[in-house]
Each structure stands twice: as C-alpha cells, then as structure tokens.
Design a protein around this ligand. Structure first.
Ligand SMILES: Nc1nc2c(ncn2[C@@H]2O[C@H](COP(=O)(O)OP(=O)(O)OP(=O)(O)O)[C@@H](O)[C@H]2O)c(=O)[nH]1
Ligand SMILES: [Mg+2]
Length: 317
C-alpha cells in the first residue's frame, strides 16, 4: 500500500489541470492585491463558474467574501484563498460520509451480515470496471474476502477485462458464463457468496445511457433481485461519473436517481480535466457523498475521498 504522503502527491498531481484553471488563475489575477473590490469579485465569480463549480455554490462563496469585505473593510489575495478554501471544504462537508452504507476502511462484520454488497453503476466508459477492480484490490489488501460479480452481460469483452482485474487483485470472480440476464448472474453470485461466507461482493454492471428507459428498467430489476436475495437493498449503490464529462454529470445523476437509490459517487478521470470543480456542484446539488476519486489509471489512483485533503491538494502549491 502506498503511503499517505505519496497518495496526497498523486492527488495533487491528478488535480493539476483543475488547479491551473481555478487556483492559478485566481493567483495570477489577484497576486499581492491588498484590497479586493466589487469588480474583482465579479472576476472571481467568472473563474469559479468556468471551473464548473456551479451557480449556487459560486454564489455562496462570493457572498461569503462580500460579507468579509463588509465586516473588515478589506480582503486581500491571501484572505481570498483562505476564504475559498474554507468555503470549498464546507460545501463538501455538507454530506456526512458516515451516513450510509459501508465504511470502506473498516467493514462492520460484527453484525454478522455477510456479504456486504456494493453495486457499481453508470453510463458507458466512465470507469466502472476499473473502479470495481481497484476496490477489490483495496478490500483484499485489508484482508477481506471479496467476490466480483460480472454482471455486465452486454459487452462481450467485459468478463475478460474483469478477470484480469480479479487476478491482479487476487480475488474470486463470478462470471456471467454467457448469460444475458444480469439479474440471474447477480442472484447466483450472491448465493455463492452466502454459501462461502464472502465478506464483500462487488457487482460490476454494464454501461447504460441514463436516457435509455429500458436499460434503466433493467437496473431497477437487478436492484430488486438483490433486495429479494439479501432482504435489503445493496449496501452501497455507487454511481461512477467521468469528470471530463463536466455538466452532463448532473443530468446523469438526476436520471439515475429516478430509477435507483444511489448512495454515493465515484468521480473518475479528474486527471484529464480542468473542470474538476464540478465536484462541488455535485455535492451541493444532490447532497450525495463522493466516495472515491480517480486521478489516473494505476491501481493506486482510486482514492477514498476526504474533503479537507481534496481541497488542500487543490489549493496547495
Ligand atoms: N486517466 C484516467 N483514466 C481512467 C480513470 N478511471 C478509469 N479510467 C480509464 O477509463 C477507461 C474506461 O474504463 P472502464 O473501467 O472500462 O469503464 P466502464 O465504465 O467499465 O466502461 P463500460 O463497461 O464499457 O461502460 C479505461 O481505459 C480506464 O483505464 C481515471 O481516474 N483517470
Ligand atoms: Mg465496464
């Protein structure tokens, strides 16, 4: 396992493009400015919006700076960054990570409820399968027994791709064996897991466009199968979204929520976009916890999400 310092450095590196867009443009424009005025605030607003922080969150931040200006009569460039940091953290902390589902560091098996079930969903190509593989690796490193359920019965190569991940993570995999029914695969995988006292089942599902009703209904059906089999909903239903898709992520979340009770978000490919600010919009709009962020293609590049850490990585030089 990599050290905390090293993973923080990876996070910083992965956020580089967003950092350039957001923080460096603020620094560039306002460097050493002793007193920001209303015109400057407009520019700050513009920069936040360009980074996809979103209108509501941007307004909150701007109002806070304005308040400070009114109170102290002076806000300099260092104050600006400091206010921004604390505001960004408080937006992300609106959602209590401990609220729901699984504690990814310390799975509660004392309740004897086994297996814990985590379902991975999302539109095509967002990083579901690789995230499933990386999560499997994470859990395995922590000595939990893991079963991957290959419920993407849509794409022919999906099984093969997951098999590679299962080998890499050294965990078991339950394959679809050419079945076309993801519900059936999930049912059998859960039976196997129950029989073999598996700690965690990770269900990788097929990519589906959020606007395709039949595919969304299929997901609802899988969800029903899980509920019937284990007597409760999946412990976590994680929607994987690709940060490079920017604003479109919001309509993905909106549509998936109509069909399935998402418990959290995995935000991937932050390393490939300057619009990582969308993370603030996601949390602020949907009050869904970000569970993991992806900052690269490596095994260690899917990181558990931690608000303070994330904002520090974004803001620190
Ligand atoms: N740069 C970068 N690439 C990533 C990240 N996460 C995933 N990818 C890449 O995105 C591509 C698609 O990943 P998959 O895991 O196959 O995506 P998927 O959602 O399972 O795709 P479908 O099953 O076809 O819907 C792969 O090449 C991954 O390596 C990330 O955080 N950063
Ligand atoms: Mg996949």
């Amino acid at each position: 396992m990599i050290s905390l310092i090293k993973s923080f450095e990876r996070l910083k590196e992965g956020l580089n493009k967003t950092k350039k867009q957001l923080i460096e443009s603020l620094n560039y424009i306002f460097a050493n400015k002793e007193n920001l005025d209303e015109k400057d605030l407009e520019r700050v607003e513009e920069i936040l919006l360009l980074s996809d922080v979103g209108i509501a969150a941007t307004e909150m931040i701007i109002n806070r700076i304005r308040d400070r200006l009114k109170k102290s009569g002076q806000v300099n460039s260092l104050d600006l960054i400091e206010i921004l940091k604390s505001e960004l953290i408080s937006i992300l902390e609106q959602v209590n990570l401990k609220q729901s589902g699984v504690d990814f560091n310390n799975i509660n098996l004392l309740d004897n409820i086994r297996p814990k079930v985590i379902t991975i969903i999302g539109v095509n190509g967002t990083g579901k399968t690789t995230s499933t593989g990386k999560l499997a690796y994470n859990f395995k490193q922590k000595k939990y027994s893991v079963l991957i359920a290959a419920a993407d019965t849509f794409r022919a190569a999906a099984d093969e791709q997951l098999n590679v991940w299962a080998k890499r993570a050294d965990v078991e995999i339950f394959s679809s064996n050419n079945s076309k029914d993801p519900g059936a695969v999930v049912f059998e995988a859960l039976s196997y897991a129950e029989k073999n006292l598996i700690d965690v089942v990770l269900i990788d599902t097929a990519g589906r466009l959020h606007t395709k009703i039949d595919l969304m209904n299929e997901l609802t059906k899988v969800n029903r199968v899980i509920n019937k089999k284990i007597g409760r909903d999946s412990d976590e239903i994680l929607l994987v979204v690709d940060a490079t898709m920017g604003q479109n992520i919001l309509s993905q979340i909106e549509n998936f929520l109509k069909f399935i009770p998402i418990t959290g978000i995995i935000l991937t490919k932050l390393d490939g976009t300057a619009k990582g600010g969308v993370i603030f919009q996601i949390v602020n709009t949907y009050k869904l916890p970000i569970r993991f962020v992806g900052v690269g293609e490596g095994l260690e590049d899917l990181q558990p999400f931690q608000p303070t850490n994330f904002v520090s990585a974004l803001i620190e030089k």
